[in-house]
Design a protein around this ligand. Structure first.
Ligand SMILES: *[C@@H]1O[C@H](CO)[C@@H](O)[C@H](O)[C@H]1NC(C)=O
Length: 126
């Protein structure tokens, strides 16, 4: 084998070893905001910043998979972004929401608590 071929082969081998190991996803933190009022629209994005597709997105509310309804929708915008929207916010939507993203390298999660504002604040509330 010629030295050139050998070196090229070595480079190829290193490249394969480096890139065959999938990097697990990293997710941009999302926030619901603080002054949330009854009846308003709320939308957050679960955006992958690091890692290779394909990804599987799963949204949880207090540890349970979010099921879509008349007031809650989940849209996978593209292979890196998933959107959770609440069309008409009500007290039943309060909770701890988590987005889990999984690929061949593993999975990551980001969470934020949705806490709707009380219209006539009770000083003893919270
Ligand atoms: C929300 O849920 C996540 C995932 O279960 C957990 O790690 C986090 O501590 C929770 N946050 C709050 C404020 O309860």
């Amino acid at each position: 084998m010629s030295p050139v071929l050998f070196v090229n082969g070595l480079f190829l081998l290193c490249w394969i070893i480096n890139y065959s190991e999938a990097i697990k996803p990293e997710i941009h933190a999302f926030h619901f905001g603080r002054m949330l009022k009854s009846g308003q629209r709320v939308s957050v994005m679960c955006a992958v910043t690091v890692g290779q597709p394909p990804f599987t997105f799963t949204w949880f509310k207090d540890g349970t998979v979010v099921s879509e309804s008349e007031t809650v929708t989940i849209r996978n915008i593209d292979e890196f972004n998933s959107n959770l929207a609440i069309i008409k916010l009500g007290p039943e939507h309060n909770g701890n929401y988590t987005c889990r993203v999984t690929n061949n390298g593993g999975s990551s999660e980001q969470s934020d608590v949705l806490s709707m504002m009380v219209v006539f604040p009770d000083p003893t509330w919270r």
